[in-house]
Design a protein around this ligand. Structure first.
Ligand code: FES
Length: 265
């Protein structure tokens, strides 16, 4: 089984899920991360452990461009340096009190993280992407990857008149656990980007962005469409090991999903 690591750029959340002034937790195998965004709108990805007594910083509070631990109130600036110890307000915090940081990037509506020493360029995908949804799948990332890698897909897709069309498309691999599906014949979107976060040996969080086509007023429809499709992807991947090859639902009842094409080639 693939061991989860941050040796390459890894999706850890949607940009829209971390608003300015908030912090949240993300797991990548043994890496416990706090992701937070300050008033400067910069996202930061740190070790989720306060150097004082080890409290998770994801329980903390963001004030301005600083993160404060919820336990004893030690406060850290955007570089991870401690700036305040409330019990000793007269004391300049030792410089050695500093939180470990990860390299981070935001692109295509997704937050990416990697070990701090990484030398590779951050992920880049041309075009205007909108973060759509994150969904937990109870399977390791390699099983999610193999779902995308193992063949051609058919998108059952409504056209402008509400008729259902079937569009063939093939995902392409764009880095570890990142799959891009180009949709040349869709009036709703140009492409879908699926990036897997290996949470553990048994769970993957799939972060998905969409490159919509057409007017902004249609974007909501595109996002809903992909969101529905993701639920079907989860069902397909989670049931794969059990040998369930289809959902057992007539295609006519699944007009809005991307499903595996079991027909001839
Ligand atoms: S554990 Fe964080 S301030 Fe004490």
């Amino acid at each position: 089984m693939e061991e989860a690591s941050l040796s390459s750029w890894t999706a850890v959340g949607l940009s829209a899920a971390v608003s300015p002034g908030t912090a949240c937790r993300a797991l990548v195998g043994d890496h416990d991360l706090v992701i937070w965004r300050g008033r400067d709108r910069q996202v930061r990805v740190w070790e989720n452990r306060c150097p004082h007594r080890g409290m998770r910083l994801s329980y903390g509070f963001v004030r301005g461009d600083r993160l404060t631990c919820c336990y004893h109130g030690w406060t850290y600036d955007g570089e991870g340096a401690c700036t305040l110890i409330p019990a000793r307000p007269d004391l300049a915090p030792p410089k050695a009190v500093r939180i470990g940081q990860y390299a981070r990037a935001e692109h295509a509506g997704i937050i990416w993280a990697a070990s701090g020493s990484i030398g590779m360029e951050a992920p880049s995908f041309p075009g205007d992407w909108i973060g759509c949804r994150s969904i937990a799948i109870d399977r390791p990332r390699e099983e999610v990857d193999s779902h995308f890698a193992s063949g051609r897909f058919i998108l059952s897709h409504p056209d402008q008149h509400g008729e259902i069309n079937r569009i063939a498309c093939a995902p392409s691999l764009n880095g570890d656990g990142v799959h891009r599906i180009e949709l040349h014949d869709s009036h709703l979107f140009e492409a879908v980007l699926c990036a897997g976060q290996p949470v553990s040996g048994t769970q993957t969080m799939l972060h998905v962005s969409v490159r919509p086509r057409g007017a902004a007023g249609k974007h909501g429809e595109a996002l809903r469409h992909v969101s529905d499709w993701l639920k079907e992807v989860r069902t397909l991947v989670e049931n794969r090991r059990a040998g369930i090859r289809t959902l057992g639902v007539p295609r006519a009842r699944l007009p809005h999903i991307l499903e595996r094409d079991h027909g001839p080639g």
